[in-house]
Structure formats: structure tokens, C-alpha cells
Design a protein. Structure first.
Length: 340
């Protein structure tokens, strides 16, 4: 709805992991470099830990993009599975026909494939996202995959990506053998306020925005605070703020609109409130709370108004075409007015 109003080429705050929009904060840059180096040097097991919404899947896609043409990869999302299903998913994603349910046979097919790829000079990398959902039994199966090796190198690189629960699982005594094999451990932390502002500006630039500052400094500061530096929450607040701003025909998003967007998303309240800002914001906040419904009504009315206009134009055109075909009006007369 707001793309045309703000002259944006596409959606800057979408929900899909588009590598074009990846913002390289120092933490993201370090994590990407660590995993790239781990694959390049054939370290076998790597891990990436991040809170939900930190962009780990986007980072993995970026890593995969950088190795495009040099690796044969599988990307596994289905982690609510047993060992047999995991191997079958892996074979399918690697492009191997697998009609056998026998896990020994599947291991044999995978081993043959890995040797063929190694002889051809290609690396094989398996990305397992949301790995914290894997049971201990399946994680042990993943560990055993590292046994596919030649005398001088690992035939398979595995990246385990997941939430902090994965790190907690790996720290347990039952998974000590797997933990010891993870040679590179990368982590993504929340963005500080300054990086959050640069993150928003980066995404707007990628989306084609070329006008003056779209968010006021106070609005950016509030978004950084309410989102706690989590990219997914930043995207949600910014999307809602731009939707409200468009409905209000407001070319720049100020702190009042940003606050309303954050509150309606039920994001966490600020943990670092500034007393002077709180006092200054109280009258505005009261007005916004009283008009919250009207703001979202404006969004709906804006959309419905456009839809009604388009529908009216359509039926008007249809009426003219009906006249040209000789349809009768209410008086029973027929019109011969041609369609434009």
C-alpha cells in the first residue's frame, strides 16, 4: 500500500530472508567470515547461534550465495524428524534419488556421492536450520556423518544453526562428542542503537528510497529501543509505522507514529526510559491512545477508498459497454453509445 506513496521500488521490511537486504553489522560480518573460513579450511562442523529474529537464516543464504558454483549444498529446515527422515531429506536436497528406507543403504549412497564430488573438486555443505529441535538421537546421527572422510580431508561440512537452546543442548554431557567436533562457533547478538538506525537506512536504500530522511531521529531512537535491536521486530515496527504514515498522508515518520506502531504490535516497553522524554511524550501518548482505533481505521479506509474507486470505474466502464451492446436502461430505451 505504501510503496508508491513513499516511492519505494519494493518492500524494505519484508518477512522473507532476502540476502539483498542483509545488513552487515560488525557481528554479522564476523559470523559470516568465521563460517566462510571454516568451510574453506574444511573444519567439518560449524555452528551459528542466535536469538529468534536475528537473521541467521538470511546470513546462511548469504554464505551459500558466496560459495555458489563451488559447493554442492543441502539446506534442511525440517528438524522435527527422526534419523532416517533426516538422512532422506538430505539425500533429496542433494538431488540424489532415494527409494530405499534402509538407513545403511542411504549412508552408502551418500558416501559414494561424497567421493564423486570430492574427485570433481567440489565441496559438499549441509546447512541444518533450527537445529535446537533435533533430538539427542538425531544429533548423534549428525555427528556420525562426520565419519565420511578421506585420509587428508573431511568429505562433508555441516553447519548447525539454531537458537540459544542449541548451545545449551551442546553443553550437556550427552552431546560432548558432538560439541568437541564443532571447530567454529559463531554467534549473532542484538544490534545496538546506532547499528539499528544504520540497519533501517540500509534497507530503505536497497528498496530504492532516495528522498529525505524518512524517519525522524526521535522515531529511529524509539524503534531501536522498543525492538531491542532484533531485526525481525525492527521490520515489524517499521512496516506498521509506514502503513500508518501512508494512511495519514504523512511524508515523514515522527516519534508519535513510531510509538503507535510499536504499541499496537505489543512489543516490549522500553527498558531504558529517559525521564525527560517520558514527560514530554505524555500528552502525545494520551492523544495517541485515544485515537488508536482511528489510525488503523484510516489504513482500512484508505484501502477501501481505493478499492471502491476502482470498482466504480470498472462498473462505469461496464455500464457504457453494456449500453453499446444495446442493453436497456430503466425506461426501457436502448443506448447506442460506443465504448471508449
Amino acid at each position: 500500500m505504501y510503496l508508491d506513496f513513499y516511492k519505494l521500488r519494493d518492500q524494505p521490511f519484508g518477512v522473507t530472508p532476502d540476502p539483498r537486504y542483509l545488513y552487515f553489522s560488525p557481528g554479522h560480518r564476523e559470523a559470516l567470515a568465521s563460517m566462510f573460513y571454516g568451510i574453506e579450511t574444511g573444519r567439518g562442523f560449524l555452528s551459528l547461534i542466535a536469538e529468534p529474529g536475528m537473521g541467521k537464516t538470511t546470513l546462511l543464504f548469504q554464505l551459500l550465495q558466496r560459495w555458489k558454483g563451488y559447493v554442492h549444498s543441502a539446506f534442511l529446515f525440517q528438524t522435527q524428524c527422526d534419523s532416517r527422515e533426516l538422512i532422506r531429506y538430505m539425500l533429496d536436497d542433494l538431488g540424489l534419488e532415494n527409494k530405499s528406507e534402509d538407513i545403511v543403504r542411504m549412508h552408502s549412497e551418500l558416501n559414494e556421492f561424497l567421493f564423486r564430488e570430492t574427485k570433481a573438486g567440489r565441496r559438499v555443505v549441509v546447512f541444518i536450520d533450527e537445529a535446537q529441535n533435533l533430538s539427542d538421537t538425531v544429533l548423534e546421527t549428525v555427528r556420525l556423518l562426520s565419519d565420511f572422510e578421506a585420509p587428508d580431508k573431511k568429505l562433508l561440512q555441516i553447519i548447525l544453526a539454531g537458537q540459544p537452546a542449541l548451545a545449551q543442548r551442546l553443553a550437556g554431557p550427552s552431546l560432548v562428542q558432538l560439541r568437541q567436533r564443532i571447530a567454529v562457533q559463531a554467534r549473532l547478538d542484538a544490534l545496538p542503537a546506532g547499528e539499528t538506525i544504520r540497519y533501517i537506512q540500509h534497507r530503505l536504500k536497497v528498496a530504492g528510497y532516495q528522498g529525505p530522511e524518512l524517519f525522524t531521529p526521535d522515531a529511529l531512537e524509539l524503534i531501536a529501543d522498543r525492538s531491542r535491536g532484533v531485526p525481525r521486530l525492527i521490520n515489524n515496527v517499521c512496516f506498521n509505522a509506514l502503513s500508518l504514515g501512508c494512511a495519514m498522508r504523512q511524508r515523514q515518520i515522527d516519534v508519535a507514529v513510531a510509538r503507535e506502531a510499536a504499541e499496537d504490535l505489543s512489543t516490549l516497553q522500553s527498558t531504558r526510559p529517559a525521564v525527560s522524554q517520558q514527560k514530554a511524550a505524555q500528552p502525545v501518548a494520551r492523544n495517541l491512545r485515544s485515537s488508536r482505533k482511528s489510525l488503523y481505521s484510516r489504513v482500512r479506509e484508505n484501502f477501501r477508498g481505493r478499492h471502491l474507486f476502482q470498482t466504480t470505474v470498472f462498473f462505469a466502464g461496464d455500464w457504457k459497454c453494456g449500453d453499446s451492446l444495446g442493453y436497456a436502461d430503466k425506461t426501457g430505451n436502448r443506448s447506442a453509445v460506443p465504448c471508449p
